[in-house]
Write a protein that binds this ligand. Structure first.
Ligand SMILES: Cc1cc2nc3c(=O)[nH]c(=O)nc-3n(C[C@H](O)[C@H](O)[C@H](O)COP(=O)(O)OP(=O)(O)OC[C@H]3O[C@@H](n4cnc5c(N)ncnc54)[C@H](O)[C@@H]3O)c2cc1C
Length: 1004
């Protein structure tokens, strides 16, 4: 080990010597770019603004726009003289500075992009050939939103391949030895660019679509003697990419083809297992293949994404851990050199020197592997490696600036990263000794000091704040095969229970009635998921009595006990998670991830409200004054009637019921007639959690019968309703009438529909705009109250958006959501089906039918995703809630009109804005009339605690489910004041909290 380390140091020093012979700054482009990067490395805030500006710039067409953005991003932010002078100059001569900026940023991109097109790139490749550097070419443009784009991309790859083969016909391997392993023409392929509907839950579907697109390319590559490499992208696509590689190269046609490779990312914790699996596969296949080992380019993305979803993070947190793993995998590759050809993709001299030294130690000839480095980076290192006699290949991206933006930002991030080798060596001039240290040593040191990585970036104030915030239950990550298998087996198990009967639960007793209501599978209406006992007026009366009777004791039960009940329920929901998701798939037609999101939300409601109750539960002193104590506290209201919808059949019911129960009310919950089985499941969960008899009662039946009866009931004190505007308004009115014998003014919590709009600004990222709009409009068939139904486009970018929106809608996967990866399933029932079709007819008469899907399953309540254009704000399809996969597109002059149109409805539930103009974003934040305003994301998918959810105007009574003030709706506030002074003598201190009087201790 020691000998290896000294050999690594020797080699490393040699590389540094060679590098120093041709000194070059970190960024070979002088001037503007260097200064910006230097500033970025000094000031994290500037870096963020700069990268955002760089990101939006290519989409800006006029100098005026460029200058406006420059101003918005940089002016008055204290970024120092350089930037301020630039901004001032830009204000004076916008035309000149706009052009200059674009030119400079294009220059920045050109530094990393080897050519705009295949012709262009040849000049670069020729230069490299003269320097004895080989190439692999990649086509920029990763995120495709439609199959049309994916097909075009595949065709461009084929063109590129032909061109490269033609132009390099007489080229030979620069090293000469073992050249049969390293074809001259080498193409790097981004798999996600070839299929727009890749879904991590469904690798089989992705492979079925990708393989036919790849085969012609592979076939031709083989004929031309070229090499094809599969690049690796984000973690979500990793398993599919590996599976695709193994599947396609096991096919008879390609089984004996050695010129194929794949990337392994050492920053992934499971990379060693993946590499071992690949090697085993390779041995069974019996033909050599290649692996490009890299650390990984998506570190920031992966950490942010997993933090957002409360997922276990797939990447290491400490940089030296990635470095160490790179070395472990290097060894594994060399050990298996007989079947796998290694390529090391790194600019880190330690990682490179390690590979060199280890190869020597293991007796592996240097011509049997290669080093690969990125175009525009680490030029001196490439030169040094060539001088040392190694094979070097450069990764050369080709394409226009716009599709290359995310690539450029990744490179900028890499170059300015605090932890990167290049910055340490070339910008911070860290010593060779330090740079060549064994990463194992650094990890050990780091363990005893503060943790590296993401954690280290948080300042203490942020950490403290985070400590206070509710941490959501993780979503199931369907990227894992284990999760997919569990879901499949849950679906099988739930299917085997089809047709079971479910009772009412009143006062802790199961109650069966003569009437049974069938609940059908909307994907296959001949299948009955289950039958619910139907309650009539007698059962409703019984439920009110049971709830009333239980109220006295429950209202005096300490809140801690009530909170624990919710936490037990959350644990049971967690345990039964897949099963409950499967029930939702069958009963309400939810796609896998949507169903799982619903169960996650239910779990969160329980845990979040338990936490909130602990915060609110104790009587709190209002002010410290001598001689008097006043305690502010809450009492429950009484009997709560919870009326839940079918579209979030477990989460919303659970949210309303758990809020009722934890606040000390007793609850009668009524599921929607379409989701009785889901409702019964939730009742089972609470029974298992130990809810006392009468505290929670389950009553399924017709809204018009028991619903109306209970709303009007004198002994019902509170109604929590989520559903349609029509029913909500009736409840609101009815509950306003005071009945004889009624004790309380009824409190109504009423959440109704929306006619939600997203505005797309002229500078929006179009790929994202399409993704978010499509998901918001058609996810769960448009049956979320938050769903997008009006897409508002500015005249200026109307054509560009529509050009991509329609093919994107046409690429959606429509089908039975039992299949993973389905985006659009059936609508809930026949009535909804007919109503939506009627609306489509209305749309045809009012506006232009721009798109309607053709292939939907013949059985089941499937409505084809439909898009109308030429929609005007006064049309019915722009005003009335449709609750289905129907999107109206409205064209407006400018942002002012866009906001006016967005606000011009009866509703105010959700609203979205997609833009990269900080000023416009601020304006929309201030002016959009919606309870939940979403910027640069979809307008659906609220998360408990993070996005308290609910609207106003005709969308609801202004309450926020999952917010910290939600429980107050279930409580009456009370203050008790006591004069504690006797003849002027008062206790010195009054306790901040006092709860003895709420829950008196039993007498000893
Ligand atoms: C030819 C070539 C092809 C490539 N192809 C791909 C590809 O297909 N897919 C892909 O993802 N990347 C690819 N890359 C990009 C590559 O992943 C990055 O360039 C590389 O990670 C930089 O590593 P380094 O060894 O050069 O630098 P170093 O500075 O030693 O390492 C930087 C890397 O360390 C990791 N890291 C940073 N901070 C932390 C932390 N706190 N904890 C843990 N790890 C951390 C990150 O991976 C980061 O990129 C390729 C690179 C090259 C040269």
């Amino acid at each position: 080990m020691k000998a290896l380390q000294s050999e690594i140091e020797r080699r490393g020093r040699r590389i540094f010597e060679l590098v120093d012979k041709h000194p070059e700054p970190l960024f070979s482009k002088a001037g503007f770019y260097q200064r910006l990067m230097a500033l970025s490395m000094r000031d994290e805030r500037f870096k963020v603004q700069l990268f955002r500006f760089v990101d939006v710039l290519p989409s800006l067409r006029r100098s005026r726009e460029i200058i406006e953005h420059l101003n918005e991003y940089f002016s008055d932010n204290g970024f120092g003289p350089l930037v301020n002078a630039g901004v001032r100059l830009a204000r004076v001569v916008p035309w000149v500075s706009g052009r200059a900026l674009r030119w400079n940023v294009s220059g920045m991109a050109r530094q990393f992009i080897a050519g705009r097109n295949p012709d262009d790139v040849m000049a670069t490749l020729r230069k490299r050939r003269a320097q004895k550097i080989g190439f692999t070419v990649d086509l920029l443009g990763e995120a495709v939103v439609s199959e049309a784009e994916a097909d075009e991309y595949a065709a461009r790859y084929l063109d590129l391949l032909e061109k490269l083969a033609r132009e390099t016909k007489n080229w030979t391997d620069p090293l000469g030895e073992n050249s049969e392993l390293f074809p001259v023409v080498n193409l790097s392929v981004k798999i996600s660019a070839l299929y727009s509907q890749m879904n991590p839950a469904d690798p089989a579907d992705a492979i079925a679509h990708l393989a036919p697109k790849l085969r012609p390319l592979l076939r031709r590559a083989r004929e031309l003697g070229a090499f094809i490499n599969f690049d690796m992208e984000s973690y979500a696509h990793k398993n599919t990419t590996l599976e695709l590689f193994k599947t396609i190269f096991s096919e008879r046609e390609f089984k004996d083809w050695p010129h194929t490779g794949i990337v392994i990312q050492a920053y992934l914790r499971d990379s060693e297992a993946d590499l071992r699996d690949l090697i085993e596969w390779g041995r069974a296949r019996g033909t050599r293949f290649a692996v490009r080992l890299v650390k990984g380019a998506y570190w920031d993305y992966e950490t942010t994404k997993s933090l957002q979803n409360s997922w276990e993070c797939p990447v290491y947190f400490q940089k030296p851990e990635s470095d160490m793993n790179f070395e472990i995998l290097t060894e594994l590759l060399f050990e298996n050199q007989s079947i796998v050809t290694p390529a090391f993709g790194s600019h880190n001299v330690r990682s490179i020197a390690h590979a060199q030294a280890l190869a020597d130690e293991l007796g592996i000839d240097h011509s049997l592997f290669e080093f690969q480095l990125l175009y525009g980076m680490a030029g001196p290192i490439k030169r040094a490696l060539v001088e040392m006699g190694y094979r070097v290949r450069e990764y050369c991206p080709v394409g226009e600036l716009l599709p290359g933006m995310s690539y450029l930002v990744r490179r900028l991030l890499e170059n300015t990263s605090n932890e990167g080798f290049l910055r340490a060596k070339f910008a911070e001039k860290v010593s060779a000794k330090e740079l060549l240290r064994d990463p194992r040593e650094i990890i050990q040191r780091a363990k005893s000091a503060s943790p590296l990585g993401k954690e280290r970036r948080l300042d203490p104030a942020v950490e403290q704040f985070r400590g206070d915030v509710y941490v959501n239950s993780p979503l199931v990550n369907f990227v894992y095969k284990d999760s997919q298998d569990k879901m499949r087996s849950a679906l099988r198990e739930v299917r085997s229970r089809f047709g079971e009967k479910y009772p009412l639960v009143i006062g802790g007793e199961k109650v069966w009635t003569d009437q049974l209501t069938p609940s059908v599978n909307p994907s296959a209406p001949d299948q009955i998921v289950g039958y619910g006992s139907e309650a009539g007026i007698p059962e409703a009366e019984r439920a009110v009595k049971a709830a009333r009777a239980a109220f006295g004791k429950w209202s005096r039960t300490p809140f801690e006990e009530r909170a624990r009940l919710l936490e037990r329920a959350a644990d049971i929901l967690e345990r039964r998670r897949y099963e409950l998701s499967a029930v939702e798939v069958f009963e309400v037609g939810k796609p896998w991830n949507e169903a799982d999101g619903d169960i996650r939300e239910a779990i969160d409601f329980c845990r979040f409200y338990a936490r909130q109750m602990r915060r609110l539960g104790r009587p709190k002193l209002t002010q410290q004054v001598p001689g008097e104590e006043s305690y502010h506290h809450y009492w429950p209201r009484g009997v709560a009637f919870v009326v839940a919808p079918w579209n979030f059949p477990i989460a919303i019911m659970c949210g309303m019921a758990s809020a009722g129960v934890v606040t000390g009310n007793t609850v009668i919950m009524k599921p929607s007639e379409q989701s009785i089985v889901c409702g019964s499941m939730l009742m089972q969960v609470f029974e298992e959690a130990g809810v006392p008899p009468g505290v929670l009662n389950f009553l399924s039946g017709h809204g018009s019968v028991i619903g109306a009866h209970l709303v009007d009931h004198k002994d019902v004190d509170l109604i929590a309703f989520t559903g349609s505007r029509e029913v909500g308004l009736k409840i609101w009115e009815s509950a306003g009438i005071t009945r004889p014998g009624q004790r309380e003014l009824k409190r109504v919590i009423c959440e109704m529909g929306g006619k939600n709009a997203i505005i797309v600004d002229s500078d929006a990222d179009l790929g994202e705009a399409i993704d978010y709009s499509i998901y918001s409009a058609f996810g769960y068939q448009g049956q979320k109250c938050s769903a997008l139904s009006r897409l508002i486009l500015l005249e200026e970018n109307y054509d560009r958006v529509m050009e991509r929106l329609i093919p994107a809608a046409a690429s959606l996967r429509i089908g039975n959501p039992e299949e993973p990866g389905i985006m659009v399933g059936p609508v809930i029932d026949e009535a909804a089906y007919r109503r939506i079709l009627d609306y489509i007819e209305v749309g045809k008469s009012e506006a232009t039918l721009a798109y309607q899907a053709k292939d939907v399953p013949p059985q089941g309540y499937f409505i084809p995703p439909t898009i109308f254009t030429d929609v005007k704000p006064n049309m019915r399809i722009a005003r009335e809630e449709i609750f289905g996969p129907v999107l109206s597109v409205l064209k407006v002059r400018d942002l002012e009109e866009a906001i006016e149109v967005a606000n011009g409805t009866d509703y105010a539930l959700t609203g979205g804005f997609l833009s990269r103009s900080p000023a416009n974003i601020e304006r929309v934040k201030a002016q959009l009339e919606a309870g939940n305003v979403y910027i640069n994301r979809s307008c659906t998918g609220a998360i408990v605690g993070r996005h308290p959810f609910g609207g106003f105007k005709m969308s609801g009574s202004g309450t926020k489910a999952g917010g910290e003030d939600y429980l107050l709706n279930f409580l009456v506030p009370r203050v008790v004041t006591e004069n504690t002074s006797r003849h002027g003598l008062a206790p010195e201190q009054t306790p901040e909290y006092r709860d003895e009087f709420l829950w008196p201790k039993p007498r000893q």
